[in-house]
Design a protein around this ligand. Structure first.
Ligand SMILES: Cc1cc2nc3c(=O)[nH]c(=O)nc-3n(C[C@H](O)[C@H](O)[C@H](O)COP(=O)(O)O)c2cc1C
Length: 103
């Protein structure tokens, strides 16, 4: 486990190949295995492969341009009407995604 923590890095350049469905499933399973406030599990995960949508996502922030080059993007969605702790829950899910992806 310690090895995975130290192996994780922010990656902004990608190989021109897809991500195997099995690996994506493992990543999503990890995302959903984390804790959530009141065990509300309000997050949703949208797996985006469509180039036009990725281009839109790349415009979502000033430092997200590389997103459009990623083979697959996982968008974590939280609903503030469903839980006051949506941001915390989604952030934890993001951490789990990073670690399983590094794994
Ligand atoms: C809350 C948060 C927001 C971040 N936003 C961006 C971002 O918009 N663009 C980007 O390229 N990296 C972003 N990063 C990644 C950090 O720049 C990166 O984690 C840091 O430079 C350390 O590098 P490492 O992740 O390879 O250890 C973000 C990280 C966190 C925790």
């Amino acid at each position: 486990m310690h090895e995975i923590f130290t192996k994780r890095r922010s990656v902004r350049h990608y190989q021109k190949k897809g991500v195997e469905e099995e690996k994506l499933k493992e990543i999503l399973k990890a995302a959903m295995s984390g804790p959530s406030g009141h065990n509300s599990r309000i997050w949703e995960f949208v797996v985006v492969g469509d180039h036009k949508t990725k281009e839109k996502l790349a415009e979502s922030g000033p430092w997200a341009d590389f997103v459009k080059e990623a083979p697959v993007v996982i968008v974590i969605v939280g609903d503030e009407k469903k839980s006051k702790l949506w941001l915390e829950d989604c952030s934890i899910a993001a951490g789990y995604i990073y670690l399983e992806a590094a794994n």
